[in-house]
Design a protein around this ligand. Sequence first.
Ligand code: 9MR
Length: 358
Amino acid sequence: MKLRYIFITPFLFFGCGGLPPEDGFIDVDSLHTISNFPIGAALRFLPFRNDPALQRLQKHHFDSYTAGNDMKMYSIMPEEGVYDFSLIDAILAYTQENDQRLFGHNLIWHSSTPNWVKKKAQKDPEWLSDFMKRYIYTYVGRYRGAVHGWDVVNEGLRTKGGGYREDSIWYEVLGSRYIEQAFHYAHEADPEAVLFYNDFNTERDLEKFNFMIDMVEDFIKRGVPISGIGFQMHIRMDIPNEVIASTLQRAADTGLQIHLSEVDIIFNHHDDTRGGGVQKLKTLTPKMEQAQAQKYYELALMYQNLIPADQQYGITLWGFNDRDTWIRPFFGIQDWPTIYDERLQPKPALYGFLKGLR
Ligand code: 9MR
């Protein structure tokens, strides 16, 4: 495997001249219009649908929509036997009106599995397998042809290093075969849907990455209907580009679709656990903003240069402003990981990202 060469040049990403109007919208190029592949953002629909400023920016920049939480199992089936699709129907109507792709995040994830499912599964292991099948058939079947692709299994591997995630009810009860079973069920429910395995830190934890690639290649060999690899890409400023480039390149060599599915770029450190942030930097300086712009630029460029055009499923940002970012509440630190600031004003990062996509 040869690493294709990337040219990365330093560049100053200035903000725009003039004061932007009140709602934060300024006449800036549209990310998705400039890009050759879809550009998405994850959003929570309830605040979003009553937030005209955010909607205006979202319509301008994005042609792919990921539900931050609304499509997870705890949202669809908070209690036994009751499917609640009302919010998804509203999201689907919004994306259709605005000509956007709806991406399904996610079907099976230990962390979005409601407690009632866990309790029942512990008492009655066979029930879980049957439930998974019914859930996927019902859900994916309902949105057949409407939801373009799915994170079928999210974070099925250990946080660090190789191996399956053991602290998951799905693994505990069903063993590792639940992963491929979920892909089969999703494919049977919608044969056209693009089906992803999605995980975090795989762009930098090589042991985890290699385990994932072995799993994916084994799936391909045995005809498990996987169509893509999702790199969440919650990265830090100090994650080396060479490492990111080598994992992206190797993933592209599988021939599958590659989705950067939850991008943000943080300055501070954390240990991947809730409350585990380390506040090294307390304020955002212009120098840091420029460095972050450069990193967004380089990431977009790596994706463009290393992933063949027909495998570019797109780049999705996990929230696109520092007001709504999950990083602050989750890790308990102040940080500035996105392309718009707290007041929905563009940051240099937006211009860096635009330049990389161009
Ligand atoms: O950003 C999401 C946060 O609001 C939720 O409380 C949390 C649990 O459902 O999930 C967060 O999103 C995660 C995503 O679904 C999977 N990858 C990691 C994301 C950040 O934790």
